[in-house]
Structures are given as structure tokens and as C-alpha cells.
Design a binder for this molecule. Structure first.
Ligand code: HEC
Length: 203
């Protein structure tokens, strides 16, 4: 009888832990994202989708206009800062303004800080070439939108080698300095360069 009480207590505590573990585990699967078709979005999800697209449009426009202005003014080598410092600031400002999170990523990163958030990593494994919409049971909506390479992008993401390289030697030297682990060269016009990812919280 002496031993029964401690055994009972240990068993009770063990069961309590198992119970608590089970209580907390259902939260994890509900957070995982699954894909959904554009035509299947609820009115609420359509609003989230429109908000995400508005934020992406603004980010794209801001980046392109800053990049074009800097390239015309001072050439690609100096325009690198638009991407290296401004891109992150622009993403942060647009995230705050639109109350969501937005960023750019790639399967061949130039800046290792541009790794995608955990939910996007899985969706990006198949290198999607078409837009993806994801949602979870908590009501978050997320988008993954492919970014294709335009001719102007080649000056910093094209070929650095050959007799007529897309990337000028001094631009390549500046890239080497800033990004010693750069994987984002060797692209051709129209190639899939990466993706915008956007995460809209539950409404
Ligand atoms: C003036 C040089 C330059 C031009 C032109 C340029 N980029 Fe970049 N790009 C960069 C730099 C530098 C980075 C790294 C940004 C950072 O540090 O976050 C980058 C990063 C990116 C990333 C984020 C993923 C990663 O690899 O870190 C994407 C996506 C991207 N560029 C796409 C494009 C596209 C599309 C174009 C054409 C519309 C373009 N870039 C034009 C210099 C350039």
C-alpha cells in the first residue's frame, strides 16, 4: 500500500502530460497551409486576396521605378543598393502599411536573408510556375506568385561570362563583394527567377 500512492501519483502526472501534449498538438495541423483555387475563395478570402495583390502591385511598382531611375542615373553597379538595402525597407514599409507580410525569395538566392517563411518552404519545393493560394483553418491566406526575368534584370542576374557578358565586370565585382555566396546569376530572359510571398492574417 505504501508504494501504491507514489505510483498512482507518477501515473497521474504522466497521464496529465500526455493529455496536455494532446491538447496542444491539434493546434499544429490547423496552422499548416493547404492550397485553394481562386474560384473557391469565400467573400472574406477574396478580400484578403485583393489586399495581398494590392500590396504586391505596390511593392513591384516601387522596386521597378526605383531600380529604373537608379540604373538610368548611375548604371547597374550603383543601382545594386536599390536591391541590397531598399528592397528590404520597401517590403517592411508595405507590410506595415497593408497589415500583412510580404517578401521575395528564390530557389537560387543572392541574399541568404531572403529565405522564405516556413509555410512557403514546402509549397516552393515543386518550383511552382503558376500563382498559388494557400489557406489554413485559422483563416490566414497566403499567396505565392512567380517572378519572371525581364531584359533589364539580366544586367545583374544574367551571364557574367563570355565575350559579351550580360553583367558588366565592375557590376560582377561589386556583387562578389556584397554577396560572396551569390547563386542568382546565369539566368535568361523569361526564366523563373523567384517568387513574391504574401501572408494575410485572419480578417
Ligand atoms: C542593379 C542590379 C539588379 C537588377 C537590375 C536586378 N536585381 Fe534582383 N537583386 C539584386 C540584388 C543586389 C539582390 C539582393 C537583394 C538583397 O540583398 O535582398 C537581388 C535580389 C533579387 C531577388 C530576391 C531573391 C534573392 O536572390 O535574394 C529577386 C526575386 C530578384 N532580385 C529579382 C529581380 C528581377 C525580376 C529583376 C528585374 C526586374 C531584378 N532582380 C533586377 C540586384 C539586381
Amino acid at each position: 500500500m505504501k508504494h501504491i500512492l507514489p505510483i498512482a501519483a507518477v501515473t497521474a502526472i504522466a497521464f496529465l502530460f500526455i493529455y496536455l501534449a494532446n491538447l496542444s498538438s491539434p493546434a499544429a495541423p490547423t496552422q499548416s497551409m493547404h492550397t485553394i483555387n481562386l474560384t473557391d475563395l469565400s467573400p472574406q478570402q477574396q478580400t484578403q486576396h485583393q489586399r495581398a495583390m494590392a500590396a504586391q502591385g505596390e511593392m513591384f511598382q516601387t522596386l521597378i521605378s526605383r531600380l529604373t531611375a537608379a540604373m538610368q542615373e548611375a548604371g547597374p553597379t550603383n543601382a545594386i543598393t536599390v536591391c541590397s538595402t531598399d528592397a528590404k525597407t520597401i517590403a517592411d514599409q508595405i507590410s506595415t502599411k497593408h497589415n500583412l507580410q510580404i517578401g521575395r525569395t528564390s530557389n537560387k538566392l543572392r541574399n541568404q536573408n531572403n529565405t522564405p517563411p516556413a509555410w512557403a518552404t514546402q509549397a516552393l519545393q515543386s518550383n511552382p510556375t503558376e500563382p498559388l493560394i494557400l489557406t489554413n483553418k485559422l483563416g490566414a491566406l497566403a499567396l505565392i506568385n512567380p517572378i519572371k526575368l525581364a531584359p533589364t534584370c539580366l544586367q545583374c542576374h544574367g551571364s557574367p561570362t563570355g565575350s559579351n557578358p550580360d553583367i558588366a565586370p565592375q557590376t560582377q565585382a561589386a556583387l562578389n563583394e556584397l554577396y560572396p555566396n551569390d547563386q542568382a546569376t546565369g539566368y535568361k530572359e523569361g526564366d523563373l527567377r523567384g517568387w513574391f510571398w504574401i501572408q494575410v492574417p485572419p480578417q
